[in-house]
Write a protein that binds this ligand. Structure first.
Ligand code: SAH
Length: 487
C-alpha cells in the first residue's frame, strides 16, 4: 500500500540526529530493512488485527497477543494484516494490507504522504478528521466542561501562508529541496505540498531551477559545505505580498545579482527578498544575520479589519482564514465594553491586542521575540492605535513584576507556545485578579494542565471553542474563556 516504503521506520523511529549518523549507531530504518537477518535478535511476524480506536497522534490502536499496539494509517473498524517486529521490549508495526477498509477512508491526495509524516490524517475523510479532533478536545477538556462544535474549514488544503523548504545534495550530488521526513534529517524531495499556498511551491521550483543553472550549491549537513540551506516563504493572503527568505550557510553569495534577477523575472509577484545567514549546526531554520536584498523586508496581511506588517522572524498564524474565526471568538469571550485594561500575553506582532484595543481602555502586550515586538509597535502606529503598549520580555517575569507593583488587569488574553505557560505566569494572573481570562492555545494538552491550575485558584471555565487551524494534521487550536469566581 505504500508507494515509497523505505523511510517508514524513520518516521516513527527515534530522532535521527547528526551524532547518530556520525557515530554509525544503527537507526531503526536500518533495523527495519534487515528484516531480522543482520540484526539477529529481531523477529518479524505477520499479524491479522482489527482497529479499535485512535491515539492522539491519529494512529490506529489494535490488540495483539495481549499487547496494545499502534499502527500508522489504520482506521477504527478496519481489519488489516501487519508486519510486527520485535526487538527486545520494542515492538514495531507496519501496515501491509487492509482486508476490510473503513467507509471513512480516502486515498490520500498527496504523493509523499507515506514518507513525509507532516500530515497524519489525509487518509480520513473530512467528517472523520473533524470527529477525531472534536473527540480529542472533548476528552482533554472533560474536567472543565463540554466544548462547542469545532470550527472547520471549507477547503481544507492550500491554507499555509508560510512554507519552509530544506535544500541539500542527494547521493548523486544533485540539488534536492523538500521537507524533512518526520523526526529525521532526511530530505524528501517534494515539488508540491498540498497544504502550502500553491504560489510558494511554484517559487521553490523556480529556485531549484535557478540553482542548477547558476551552479548555486545546496548546503550539505554532513560535510558543512555548500551555500543554500533553506527557503522560507511567507504570503500575505489578503495583500498578495510575498516574502522569500534565502537561508544560507555563509554571507558570501556568489552570483547574487544573477540569481536575484532570474528570480524576480520569473516571479514579479515577490515583493521582498531577504538573505538570512545561519552558520550554526542546528535544527533552527533562521540565523541571526539578516539582509534585505530588495523590498521592504516585511509582508502585509489583514485580519479582522486591521493591517499587519510581518517580519521574517516574527510569529504569525499560518492559517489566516481560520485565525479570523478564532480571534472573533476570542473577542466575544473577552466581553469588552471599552473600559477594560487588557493584557495580551505572548502577543507576537500584536494581532490579538490591537484587535482588542478597539473595545478596550488600554492594552498591554508582552512578547519574547524582539522582531515581533518591533512589528507590534509598528502595527499599532500603522493602524492609528493610541491605547496599546508593547514590551519585550518573558511573559511570566513581566506578569510577576506587574503583580509585585500591585497592578490590576480586567482581562488577560494569553496565547502561549506549545508548552503552555509556567507557574510564574499563572500565579501572577491569579494575583492580578482579572475578571476574565481568554486562553488561546495550539496545544490543548498543556492548555488543560494550565486550566487545572486556574480552576484551583479562583477561576471557572465558561466556554471552550476548538478551531481546526491545521487540517490534515492532528494539531488543533482551542480557545477557552474563564471567569473569576465571586468570593
Ligand atoms: N498571539 C500571537 C502569537 C502567538 S504564538 C498571535 O496570535 O499571532 C506565541 C508567541 O509567544 C510567539 O510569538 C513567541 O515568540 C512568544 N513567546 C514564546 N515564549 C515566550 C515567553 N516566555 N514570553 C513571552 N512570549 C513568548
Amino acid at each position: 500500500m505504500n508507494k515509497r516504503k523505505n523511510n517508514r521506520y524513520k518516521k516513527s523511529g527515534e530522532k535521527h540526529t547528526r551524532r547518530e549518523k556520525q557515530s554509525g549507531k544503527q537507526h531503526p530504518a536500518q533495523l527495519g530493512r534487515t528484516n531480522g537477518k543482520a540484526a539477529g535478535r529481531q523477529k518479524t511476524v505477520t499479524a491479522k488485527v482489527t482497529c479499535s480506536g485512535l491515539t492522539d497522534e491519529g494512529k490506529g490502536i489494535v490488540q495483539w497477543e495481549g499487547k496494545k499496539l499502534e499502527v500508522e494509517h489504520l482506521l477504527p473498524g478496519e481489519t488489516a494484516e501487519l508486519a510486527v517486529s520485535q526487538k527486545g521490549r520494542h515492538t514495531r508495526t507496519e501496515l501491509k494490507r487492509i482486508i476490510k477498509p473503513s467507509d471513512e477512508r480516502v486515498k490520500p491526495p498527496c504523493d509523499y504522504y507515506d514518507e513525509c509524516g507532516g500530515c497524519q490524517l489525509q487518509h480520513m475523510n473530512n467528517q472523520a478528521q473533524t470527529r477525531f479532533k472534536q473527540e480529542t478536545v472533548d476528552a482533554l477538556m472533560q474536567p472543565f466542561g463540554k466544548p462547542e462544535p469545532i470550527l472547520t474549514m471549507e477547503h481544507p488544503y492550500d491554507y499555509r501562508n508560510k512554507s519552509h523548504t530544506t535544500f541539500g545534495p542527494n547521493k548523486e550530488r544533485q540539488v534536492i529541496g523538500g521537507l524533512y521526513a518526520q523526526n529525521t534529517h532526511e530530505i524528501i524531495p517534494i515539488d508540491r505540498c498540498l497544504i502550502h499556498d500553491p504560489k510558494a511551491d511554484e517559487i521553490v521550483q523556480t529556485i531549484k531551477g535557478i540553482m542548477k543553472s547558476s551552479k548555486l550549491q545546496p548546503y550539505d549537513e554532513d560535510t558543512g559545505h555548500g551555500f543554500l540551506r533553506h527557503v522560507l516563504i511567507k504570503v500575505g493572503k489578503t495583500s498578495g505580498e510575498i516574502m522569500v527568505v534565502l537561508v544560507a550557510a555563509s554571507p558570501v553569495f556568489q552570483g547574487k545579482k544573477n540569481v536575484v534577477k532570474a528570480l524576480r523575472e520569473a516571479h514579479p509577484e515577490i515583493t521582498t527578498l531577504l538573505l538570512n545567514v545561519n552558520k550554526r549546526n542546528t535544527s533552527m531554520v533562521l540565523g541571526d544575520e539578516e539582509k534585505v536584498l530588495f523590498g521592504k523586508g516585511t509582508i502585509m496581511d489583514t485580519l479582522c479589519g486591521l493591517t499587519f506588517d510581518i517580519s521574517a522572524k516574527s510569529f504569525y498564524q499560518i492559517n489566516p482564514g481560520q485565525t479570523e474565526k478564532l480571534y472573533e471568538k476570542a473577542m466575544e469571550m473577552a466581553e469588552l465594553t471599552g473600559k477594560e485594561t487588557v493584557i495580551d500575553a505572548y502577543c507576537g506582532i500584536g494581532t490579538i491586542g490591537l484587535i482588542a484595543s478597539r473595545k478596550a481602555s488600554r492594552v498591554i502586550g508582552v512578547e519574547l521575540n524582539n522582531d515581533a515586538v518591533r512589528d507590534a509597535i509598528h502595527n499599532s502606529k500603522r493602524n492609528g492605535v493610541k491605547n496599546a503598549r508593547f514590551y519585550q520580555g518573558d511573559a511570566g517575569e513581566f506578569m510577576v513584576q506587574m503583580a509585585a507593583r500591585g497592578e490590576k488587569a480586567d482581562v488577560v488574553m494569553m496565547d502561549p507556545p506549545r508548552n503552555g505557560s509556567d507557574e510564574a505566569f499563572l500565579s501572577s494572573v491569579v494575583k492580578l485578579q482579572p475578571e476574565r481570562v481568554v486562553y488561546v492555545s495550539c496545544n490543548p494538552q498543556t492548555q488543560a494542565q494550565n486550566l487545572k491550575y486556574l480552576e484551583k485558584n479562583g477561576y471557572s471555565v465558561e466556554e471552550i471553542q476548538p478551531v481546526d487551524m491545521f487540517p490534515q494534521t492532528t494539531h488543533v487550536e482551542c480557545c477557552v474563556s474563564l471567569v473569576r469566581n465571586s468570593n
